[in-house]
Design a protein around this ligand. Sequence first.
Ligand code: 3PG
Length: 304
Amino acid sequence: MIKVLVATDKPFAPIAVKGIREIIEARGYELALLEKYTSREELIAAVADADALIVRSDKITGDVIDAAKRLKVVVRAGAGYDNIDLVACSARDVVVMNTPGQNANAVAELALGLMVYMARNFYNGTSGSELKGKKLGLHAYGNVGQNVGRVARGFGMEVYAFDPYMTDEQIKLAGAIPVHSVEELYSTCRYVSLHVPATAETRRSINRDLLQRMPPDAVLVNTARKEIIDEEGLARLMEERPDFSYITDVAPDSTLFSKFTGRYYATPKKMGAQTGEANVNAGLAAARQIVNFIEKGDKRFKVN
Ligand code: 3PG
């Protein structure tokens, strides 16, 4: 019998788990659930007899793949797959997929929520500012970036986007004003929202040189990954520029920013994709992709 393991340190909403179970069991497969595990050993033991794996930001490293002797497919229920060792998976012919777009609206709503929270001085009752009429730069204009743009336009923001993989026409059709370099994006926009994946190329690429171009009262919004930020450079810039704010859903490991009271906020736990709707969208998509892969060899969302 095919065994599908859902291994989520940060569990899906129960309604999503129910939906995943229905899809998996309807095919006569077995569903195993490992949630909120507290050690790598637990994960390593759980994967031993799994044919397929559904994860979120769970780290699927070489030792996990080694232990998963029957594994054929891993689906990251979400967009970013920097948590999965693709080399180790490919070496074992394990197919890795993601579920692009499925949690994009949830992340976008949080990005705007964070912007309002900062603009209204953390809801402390003092006079804040509005988003209407402000320039928002979207660094990358994929599924999440486009959803942030859509919601931001509802607030009356002027939305710019930089995306090296899109033409001006594509960016315009998707509702934003195209810019042609990251430098132009950062020097134009008071708000910049990050939507680039964490790769060897983007690691620490959001650095002081780039950020210091931002106009007065700049706000950097990071619902993407902490790895893309040069945190020391950003902290130095925030020392130099008391008008610079940073809001993030991917809190740094360090305490570098805690001194910037009133212009720094990090969610206590990464929660951009943490809605029932996003869990259902991404979780059920992952379950369906596994069934389609096992039954028809469908590799449509393969990333390795
Ligand atoms: C993603 O890459 O899809 C998001 O960062 C969501 O991650 P999560 O599933 O860990 O909440």
